[in-house]
Design a protein around this ligand. Structure first.
Ligand SMILES: [Zn+2]
Length: 676
């Protein structure tokens, strides 16, 4: 349900002395006036900026989120550098941040140690002789967040949001998803080759192993073959969308029957948890296939597979050669020309392990109470707009409308940052090997998440840090979560942002988008309490599905890179949310003084500025490798289509920019999609 890959964070920076009006408006400065708005609005709005902004060699794309993140990186760097020199109390947040930074930046020791910090784990894997040993190793690796065999996690039961449930999903692949193993276009084949080359490098460098060319080639082919067989039984991105088909609750005995070759009781006991009475299995046929593979694949091949996955998961925290081998494979997926500079990679890792601790420092300085109130009020303006739209819908019955309105009014909003912060005191961070800090932090997270099993649901928790440029709707809590970072504009203070811009940038693309997720193809299947439970009259469901079908067809026509078309089914939820967000933002905006007065702001009518503000939230350029990867693995369409796709359905957009038949984005009334 998440909103985007990454982007933004409160830049409410400085500029304290810079109160006077800028000479060129920041939206006007980004425009490419050689492009007609009706031909390609994304490029019209952002093309000027794109032309003068090269993608840095270390990045796979560059956009507004990167601009904001640059500011955050610099702030975090300062916090880390200060923490390193401070004599902080052992166990304090400052000590952990300082030591994390120290160990991550200590390249002399990291390079000298090579793969040595993993030697205990290599040995454990080497000792394995039976399928039960593979079970035990899987438990150890999962506790450290190594991707192997399958995925498992503890989360709210989809059908009973009051209960935390143990859940299993397909997983264990080295490439991003099943399609990478089977597609035969040249870009995918080059990713396959890069991956095989990478596996070869891993096996050539293993201490104490047979590293002859023949032995390495055998291992590569065995691991690649095993993963291909697992991929065969994995579901596609579109097939993962149906929450009912991906919900299969069973007893432990039934799980053992579904996947008999894996001893689940020993797995749970190795993890130190009580075996759950019931489990929710996403894809039972995957577990059955895994069981077959456990019986038919040689133990040595499983050991090579686990070794490769351990190295892959740890590569970012090990010596330069190990890191670069991994980077060279990832280049085929990202197109980046060189790695991100080391200090930023250390901060990326820190964000993942202990980001909420940094968040406390972040919001204190960069997200005022006033800003928090502004966006909280915007949520209510959007909620009201949605209420009025639902009441007016021509295709929905009164019964379903009543349920929809009840769900809408029950949506919880979380704005800016959590009221209660996580306690990291039991996470041990020291100045020893970087990779071991990561391992311990991952174990802390595993323990933290798994200990929720059987406990009451904590609905106050956040799954993103406050400084994240992203947002989400969580169907189980029927809540929208909007981190402070999402509202930031590079180089601007919040109070300097005009309403026309903010309604496009924040109300439409974030708040309206997330609220609409509660009513997209997946979200609509959950009720006001967050339970997967039908509340639609059958005829209304048919109406909805018919309308969703139109947006699926609209997006399937887009062809962003090579011969790849957007997967209209897999991306429908996001596209429905974008269209809904724009319409809700517009309704709410029409009630503001700015809109009613109709005075131009920096040369644009309020309506034009609203759409430009929306396009600004998607200002980005990406390398072809990343675009291809996104089209194959992401439920979000690329940025350009997220602008041009929904806008082409909105009459006010045609009016604002005088779009006429013959313009490339023009769609006749009969093709315009209208859902919410
Ligand atoms: Zn979304």
């Amino acid at each position: 349900m998440r909103y985007y890959l990454s982007l933004c964070a409160a830049s409410l920076l400085l500029l304290a002395s810079c109160k006077q009006k800028e000479e060129t408006d920041f939206l006007a400065a980004n425009i490419d006036s050689t492009v007609k708005p009706g031909d390609d609005f994304f490029l019209y709005a952002n093309g000027g900026w794109i032309k003068k902004t090269p993608i840095p060699a270390a990045e796979s794309g560059w956009g507004i989120g990167n601009l904001v993140n640059e500011e955050i990186y610099n702030r975090k760097k300062k916090i880390n550098e200060n923490a390193v020199t401070e004599k902080a109390a052992d166990g304090s947040v400052t000590q952990k941040i300082g030591d994390f930074w120290f160990s991550g930046m200590d390249t002399t020791n990291i390079d000298r140690q090579g793969l040595q910090p993993l030697s205990d784990q290599f040995q454990s894997i080497n000792k394995a002789q039976t399928a039960d040993d593979i079970v035990s190793l899987t438990a150890d690796l999962h506790a450290e967040s190594v991707n192997a065999l399958f995925g498992d996690y503890v989360a709210q039961d989809d059908k009973n949001s009051e209960v935390m449930a143990y859940q299993l999903s397909q997983g264990g692949l080295g490439m991003p998803n099943r399609d990478y193993y089977f597609k035969t276009d040249s870009r995918t084949v080059s990713v396959q080759n890069a991956y095989k080359t990478y596996l070869g490098k891993i096996f050539s460098r293993l201490p104490g192993a047979d590293t002859s060319a023949a032995a390495v080639a055998h291992k590569v082919s065995a691991v690649y073959g095993l993963e291909t067989r697992l991929a065969t039984s994995s579901r596609t991105l579109a097939d993962l969308r149906d929450p009912y088909k991906n919900y299969n609750k069973m007893t432990l005995a039934a799980l053992q029957q579904t996947c008999p070759a894996f001893n689940w009781n020993s797995y749970f006991s190795k993890l130190g948890m009580h075996a759950p009475d019931t489990v929710i299995v996403g894809q039972p046929e995957f577990l059955s296939a895994l069981s077959t593979q456990l019986k038919s694949t040689a133990i040595q091949d499983w050991k090579d597979y686990l070794t490769a996955h351990l190295v892959m998961s740890s590569a970012g925290f090990l010596d330069n050669t190990t890191f670069m081998d991994n980077f060279q494979y990832r280049q085929a997926l990202s197109g980046a020309k060189e790695p991100r500079i080391r200090w930023k990679r250390v901060l990326d890792a820190e964000e993942g392990e202990i980001g909420e601790a940094l968040g406390q420092l972040f919001v204190k300085e960069y997200f005022s109470e006033k800003a928090r109130q502004r966006y909280s009020d915007l949520v209510e303006a959007i909620r009201t707009a949605y209420k009025e739209r639902i009441e007016k819908l021509s295709w929905m019955s009164a019964e379903t409308k009543q349920r929809a309105l009840a769900k809408l009014s029950a949506i919880t909003k979380k704005v800016g940052y959590p009221d209660k912060w996580k306690d990291f005191s039991a996470m041990k961070i020291d100045r020893g090997p970087f990779v071991l800090n990561i391992e311990r932090a991952n174990k802390w997270w595993h323990q933290y998440r798994f200990s929720k099993l059987g406990k009451p649901v904590d609905r106050t928790e956040w799954d993103m840090t406050p400084q994240t440029y992203n947002a989400y709707y969580n169907p189980s809590n029927n809540e929208i979560v909007l981190p402070a970072g999402m509202f930031a504009v590079p180089g601007k203070r919040d109070e300097d942002l005009d309403d026309a811009f903010v309604y496009g940038y924040a109300a439409a693309s974030t708040i309206g988008h997330e609220i609409t997720h509660g009513f997209d193809d997946q979200g609509r299947q959950y009720d006001s309490k967050g339970n997967l439970k039908g509340w639609w009259q059958p005829a209304d469901s048919i109406q909805f599905t018919d309308r969703a079908g139109r947006i699926i067809r609209q997006f399937t026509e887009f062809n962003p890179v090579d011969t790849l078309h957007i997967n209209g089914s897999a991306t429908q939820g996001e596209n429905i949310a974008d269209l809904g967000g724009l319409l809700l933002g517009l309704d709410a905006f029409k009630k503001t003084d700015t809109y009613k007065k109709g005075e131009k702001i920096d040369g644009f009518t309020p309506l034009q500025r609203y759409f430009l503000g929306y396009a600004y939230s998607w200002m980005i350029q990406e390398r072809k490798e990343r675009l291809a990867n996104q089209v194959m693995t992401d439920v979000h369409a690329p940025a350009k289509e997220r602008v041009n796709g929904p806008l082409a359905n909105i009459p006010e957009f045609y009016e604002a920019f005088n779009i006429k038949p013959g313009d490339k984005m023009y769609r006749p009334d009969s093709l315009r999609v209208s859902i919410w």
